[in-house]
Ligand binder design. Structure first.
Ligand SMILES: *Cc1c(COP(=O)(O)O)cnc(C)c1O
Length: 466
């Protein structure tokens, strides 16, 4: 299997290279050259497999010659062995039609662990082969940071620099990053938004002053391997609800469009998905794109669901490429114009392609709180603000009663205790495996939100890859 860039000019790479590279040299994102496809019989035969084994079946076609099946099984087994629930991502029924897929049983309590526990071990495997070193630069709206840090802390061939928007992540989110004191972990709080941080990270990949002396790696969902890992739980949930004989819909709390794009990949691979519902908060660029063809960035508004406080959704580029005829030249042109003006016009083919499998819905702060209260009062479930946005969209979706609707529960409610308590009157307790998070020492550096300040810091503190 080889991988091509959405902007058409970067060299094709194999799975190992694409995992270590992150962003393509032409600024684009990598995608498999074609989608592997399972027959309904092959999908039916996956029913009942343990999670790690299902992960091997779903991911193997993407891995090509980069890993043997046994090596992939070993990596998946170790990655998912760290989850706090035997089912890894258990499915919970809310009422006749609605379900929650709990993706938050990993070490840092958000769905990012599902991909990053795997990615950390892939980095280790591939770097060992060449005795190489990798410098990870990442931007986080809260959850990627802690999940990535957990996945690589203490590994000596990886160094990680994680940028978060100062004061805009929850206290649990911040402490999960800043209390990891391993010498290869560098937390940076920047003055600015997640979008500012993400733009700086992308710029570093194209900057020879940095991505020359250092070999940069990506843990954001620009990294293909992350999306690949997330495809698995769409299969896991749908199989339990009757796939491939029955169609299932998913409602996905969306920020950077990585998680819901993984659902699109599952659909391309043959999983019968009735609809993918893109659920956004008031930072609704994607809802405007899907409902009105208007892809134009506004200002970021801080909400109680900070991991979705995003205006520029990197992975939307992958969908436009895949739905719009896979024309790299066209996309490079569109993205240049977007980066310049903050707005872009979608082509007819892109609009039609996106409209086929997707719907979208926006929840404001009141609707989000109402969804948390609904889950508590009607189903005795505490859900986090991100999941609540997904649930609001699921309940509003008006799908026929025979279509099960699965809301992805992307974070544990304890990660956002204040917001959950405000909406439900109940304060979720921290799982015991977080232990003494609030007593531990924190370490992080505050920097102005300028490219020079951040890159200067990275160059001073990173070890060259030699
Ligand atoms: C990252 C995150 C999201 C958004 O996921 P994307 O893949 O960026 O769309 C939603 N909810 C939570 C809790 C997250 O951490």
């Amino acid at each position: 299997m080889d991988y091509i860039s959405t902007r058409g000019t970067a060299p094709a790479l194999d799975f190992e290279q694409v995992t270590l590279t992150g962003l393509a040299a032409d600024g684009g994102l990598y995608l498999p050259r074609e989608w592997p496809r399972f027959t309904p019989e092959q999908i039916g035969a996956m029913r009942g497999l343990p999670y790690a084994e299902l992960a091997v079946r779903v991911m193997l076609p993407f891995v090509g010659d980069s890993l043997t099946e046994d090596k992939l099984r070993d990596i998946a087994t170790r990655a998912y062995g760290r989850f706090g629930h035997k089912a890894v991502t258990p499915l919970v029924q809310l009422d006749e039609q609605h379900w929650l897929l709990e993706l938050f049983h990993g070490p840092t309590l958000a769905f990012k662990d599902v991909a990053l526990q795997l990615l950390g071990r892939l980095f280790e495997e591939f770097l060992q082969r060449h005795e190489g070193r990798l410098t990870i630069v990442g931007a986080t709206s809260g959850d990627t940071g802690s999940a990535a840090i957990d996945a690589v802390a203490g590994r000596d061939n990886v160094e990680i620099f994680m940028l978060h928007p100062h004061g805009r992540v929850s206290d649990v989110q911040r402490r999960q990053m800043t209390t990891v004191l391993a010498p290869n972990v560098h937390n940076i709080a920047i003055d600015g938004s997640f979008d500012d941080a993400q733009a700086m990270v992308k710029r570093m990949f194209g900057d020879r002053q940095i991505n020359g002396p250092l070999r940069l790696g990506a843990v954001n969902s620009i990294n293909w391997a992350r999306l690949m890992a997330q495809v698995v739980y769409y299969f896991y949930a749908a199989l339990q609800l009757g796939a491939p004989e029955r169609e299932v819909a998913f409602s996905v709390p969306t920020g950077n469009f990585g998680d819901v794009f993984a659902g699109h990949v599952a659909e391309r691979m043959g999983l019968p998905i009735a609809r993918l519902i893109v659920a956004t908060n008031v930072n609704d660029i994607l809802h405007r794109a899907f409902s009105a063809g208007d892809y134009s960035a506004g200002l970021v508004t801080a909400t109680a669901a900070p991991s979705m406080d995003i205006q520029v959704s990197s992975n939307f580029e992958r969908l436009l490429f895949d739905c719009g005829g896979r024309d790299g030249t066209l996309l490079a042109e569109q993205m240049r114009s977007f980066e310049h003006s903050g707005a872009m016009r979608l082509t007819e083919a892109q609009i039609a392609g996106a409209a086929r499998g997707f719907a979208s819905c926006r929840a404001d702060e009141i609707e989000m709180a109402q969804a948390m209260a609904w889950a508590k009062d009607r189903c005795d479930e505490l859900i986090d603000p991100h999941t609540a946005i997904g649930l609001h969209a699921a309940l509003a979706s008006a799908l026929p009663a025979h279509v099960p609707v699965v809301t992805l529960a992307t974070a544990h409610p304890a990660k956002f205790r204040d917001a959950v308590e405000r909406a439900t009157g109940q304060r979720p307790s921290l799982p015991t495996r977080l232990g003494d998070l609030f007593q531990r020492e924190e370490r992080y550096t505050e920097l102005p939100g300028t490219y020079e300040a951040v890159t200067g810091y990275v160059l001073r503190h990173a070890r060259p890859h030699g």
